[in-house]
Design a protein around this ligand. Structure first.
Ligand SMILES: Cc1cc2nc3c(=O)[nH]c(=O)nc-3n(C[C@H](O)[C@H](O)[C@H](O)COP(=O)(O)OP(=O)(O)OC[C@H]3O[C@@H](n4cnc5c(N)ncnc54)[C@H](O)[C@@H]3O)c2cc1C
Length: 450
């Protein structure tokens, strides 16, 4: 594995640009190629989710490249969920009993811009925009790009595909093989992004430091704050059937939907209506695939290898964690790129499967349970336990705030704890105030493996 290896990275989104920084810092010769315009000179959102929840795993990766402080300056802390009932009441549910635990709302474009700027500082990192990859020859580590109607070939000693959920590099790996495992599963639900702008003084019209949720069973709305006082509001609905996009799209459907289901959003109706008409419905899917590498010459990372549904707020965090783990594997001084790729794949693949499952779990939890009585009791108990016992982490906290715990361990322990606590909360006989006894039982669960 030569230090002067030429690495071609396809896709300068969140994962690709962070990877280019890290590989640039390590002295590799990197070419990063992106189909979109340069975010530093354009404000092209192209219908992508405008803000994202950044949490500890993502922050750890940013710390590794020296960007945590800079990124925190564009973050809005969200300490918990603000839940909005059908009757317009609200209640706040902290993400953790520890006051130091919170997640952050961050603009996708501003974050991506910071990453591109940092990558571009390195003499050994070359970045090209508005070059769309149209073909990848993985045998010869060459890819064909089109820009302004002209086609160009770029080659490297290796190609890393960070080209997102619809990855062309993944397609090439799987087209070549017969032993592959590839599944792309779409939820029956899609999403649409809307906006509540700032008030006339640039202030927030909803509580700023919260992730707002309007859970309604088979459909829901969420909202995350932006630095300019606005909120990005995301509707999640089935594509077809009751309260589906198909139904809401009928004339007057959206207005009626908001008025009957989300009364505290009525004051924002005009803004919501405008963005409803302007924005497309996006698909929500999970990519599970294996292998992620071919012959030590081609690798996929981030959404290209493991796109997940957004309900744990972990897709970008997982993509960033890929870069952390890849860097750790490189530091182990393997003797070939194939060994590096294999070690990376073996370490990350189980984690990717676990966070994919957890994200689907959370879809049902956010949609169906956040307003459910036993679930609310359980959340209160978890808060209490986290306040009294710093060693206790709820499933949400294991995934979101335990930055060194692999997702697969967070999933196994978290699910066990959840099942145990929900049973307690549903039982009439258990004294939920006896937290010492409950904590001892939880410790016992952990000691018996997960
Ligand atoms: C509605 C929604 C909400 C989300 N919320 C969160 C959240 O709160 N927290 C979180 O952690 N994650 C969230 N995610 C997930 C997150 O957006 C992704 O996991 C993350 O963007 C993955 O980064 P990536 O770099 O792997 O892929 P992408 O961000 O998709 O980047 C891929 C890049 O490759 C480029 N590209 C693609 N094809 C080509 C080509 N042929 N040639 C050249 N370039 C190409 C694209 O233009 C893009 O820039 C959310 C996702 C959605 C859909």
């Amino acid at each position: 594995m030569e230090a002067d290896s030429k690495i071609l990275i396809i896709g300068a989104g969140l994962c690709g640009s962070l990877l280019a920084i890290k590989l640039g810092q390590k002295g590799f010769d990197v070419t990063l190629i992106e189909r979109r315009k340069d975010l530093r000179t354009t404000r092209d959102d192209s219908g992508r989710s405008i803000n994202l929840a950044l949490s500890d795993r993502g922050l750890k990766a940013l710390r590794m490249v020296g960007l945590e402080k800079k990124v925190r300056e564009i973050c809005i802390p969200m300490n918990g969920r603000m839940i909005h009932s059908k009757h317009g009441e609200t209640w706040f549910s902290s993400y953790s009993g520890r006051t130091t635990d919170y997640i952050n709302s961050v603009s996708r474009n501003d974050l991506n811009r910071i990453l591109i700027e940092e990558a571009d500082i390195h003499q050994n990192v070359k970045i090209l925009f508005e070059h769309k990859c149209i073909d990848v020859d993985i045998e010869n580590s060459t890819a064909k790009f089109i820009t302004n109607g002209q086609e160009y070939n770029f080659s490297g000693d290796l190609i890393i595909g960070t080209d997102g959920a619809g990855s062309m590099v993944r397609k090439e790996i799987f087209d070549k093989r017969s032993d592959e495992e590839l599944s792309v599963e779409f939820l029956d639900h899609g999403y649409k992004e809307l906006e509540i702008p700032a008030d006339e003084n640039g202030g927030y019209k909803l509580e700023k430091n919260a992730l707002h949720i309007w859970p309604r069973g088979s459909y829901m709305i969420i909202a995350l704050p932006n630095m300019d006082g606005s909120f990005t509001v995301t509707m999640f609905n089935a594509h077809k059937g009751d309260k589906s996009f198909e139904q809401i799209d009928q004339k007057g459907g959206f207005e009626l939907y908001i008025k009957t289901e989300f009364p505290d959003l009525i004051p924002h109706l005009n803004d919501l209506l405008r963005s409803y008409d302007e924005n497309p419905v996006g698909k929500l899917g999970t990519v599970r695939c294996y292998p992620w590498q071919d012959d030590g010459k081609t690798l996929i990372m981030g959404d290209a290898a493991h796109a997940i549904v957004p309900f744990y707020g972990q897709g970008m965090n997982a993509a960033f964690e890929d870069v952390t783990v890849f860097s750790e594997v490189l530091d182990e001084k393997h003797s070939s790129w194939e060994d590096v790729f294999l070690a990376f794949q073996e370490r990350r693949h189980p984690s990717a499967l676990a966070i994919a499952d957890l994200a689907i779990d959370n879809f049902y939890e956010m949609r169906d349970h956040v307003a459910d009585e036993a679930f609310i009791k359980k959340r209160k108990l978890e808060m209490q336990l986290e306040q009294e016992f710093p060693d206790y982490y709820s499933k949400y906290s294991l995934v979101t705030f335990k930055e060194d715990l692999p997702y697969e361990d967070a999933k196994a322990l978290g699910r066990k704890q959840d099942a145990f606590l929900l049973d307690l909360c549903r039982s009439e006989e258990v004294d939920l105030k006896d937290t010492h006894k409950i904590f001892a039982q939880l410790k016992n669960l952990k000691q018996h493996g997960f």
